[in-house]
Write a protein that binds this ligand. Structure first.
Ligand code: TA6
Length: 284
């Protein structure tokens, strides 16, 4: 159909409205591109070295972290199996796609997780905004729990001139200090070095000010994604060791990730959990 898309060698779908185009690969149900039609300006970061052949999660866009965030769950694979599994297209229109992944179809770690789940990811173009939603249904007979995040990579012109606002007064677990808890009393999160924080019970609206470019991203999340992760790797041995991330690319991205991490998400048999984020942007 006209909605077919190919990102590298990865088949997927293309959503389009008057102003924007969005491409989502079946591999990972991964938003790999969200761009301004008129200028082809990419709004999300994707590494120039990102693997686009299914051998590794795509470095950029909106990775779906399920059934766990980072190492906070039973999976051997960091961030779980969803972003390296091939999802099926369940519903498609010009501006919306729903993809589904069921128990048994996942790539690895399904037994470690054990849940009889049906995961549905929906991406929706809505004017200048992009909505991404995750629904998890318990199709089994026993309750299961998980952690999750939509690990969005925002493209910025210079991370050193980028400020994340909305988190003042919020407590975070600092991944750079063994997840020690700290309170953020700054007006904004700034990026003069590595930042890797799990903010718990974060406000529903966060903004990302790319002051060099004069663009403000707005992230509005549902209460079912209570937490938010802020990450920029800066240039460290960790960054140098990433084969799918250029040494200087940290300057062009900031991750602000809506998440359910601190408290496990529990789904009873027959129940469905849903959480979403709506990303929009404006000039500042
Ligand atoms: O979301 C932040 C984080 O957990 C960082 O600690 C870093 O590991 C990042 O995710 C990237 O993870 P990945 O598995 O995509 O390399």
């Amino acid at each position: 159909t006209t909605h077919d898309a190919l990102v590298g060698t990865l088949p997927g779908v293309r959503l389009e409205n008057d102003t924007h185009v969005c491409e989502i690969t079946r591999f990972g149900a991964h938003v790999a591109s969200w761009r301004v039609k008129r200028t082809s300006d990419e709004l999300l970061f994707r590494s120039k070295l990102a693997k686009l052949d299914g051998t590794k999660a795509i470095r950029g866009g909106v990775p779906v972290c399920f059934p766990q965030f980072s190492d906070m769950g039973p999976c051997a694979q960091s961030h779980g199996f969803a972003r390296t599994s091939v999802w099926a297209v369940e519903a498609l229109s010009a501006t919306e796609v729903t993809m589904v992944l069921r128990r048994g179809d996942e790539a690895g770690d399904g037994d470690a997780f054990g849940g009889d789940y049906e995961a549905r990811f929906t991406a929706t173009l809505d004017g200048d905004a992009l909505r991404t939603a995750l629904r998890v249904t318990n199709a089994g007979k026993s309750c299961f729990e998980f952690t999750s995040a939509l690990h969005t990579y925002f493209r910025v012109s210079d991370c050193a001139k980028t400020k994340v606002r909305g988190l003042r007064g919020t407590t975070y677990l600092d991944n750079l200090r063994a997840r020690a808890s700290a309170k953020d009393d700054e007006d904004a999160v700034e990026f003069s070095g590595e930042v890797d924080r799990i903010y718990t019970d974060a406000p529903s609206v966060l903004t990302i000010d790319d002051e060099a470019l004069g663009r403000r991203f707005r992230v509005a999340k549902t209460s079912t994604f209570p937490d938010a992760v802020v990450w920029n790797p800066a240039l460290t041995d960790k960054t140098r060791g990433m084969s799918d991330f250029g040494d200087e690319e940290y300057r062009e991205m900031v991750c602000v990730e809506v998440a359910g991490v601190k408290d496990k998400i529990t789904v009873e048999p027959g129940e469905t959990w849903e959480a979403s984020q709506t990303i929009s942007y404006s000039a500042i």
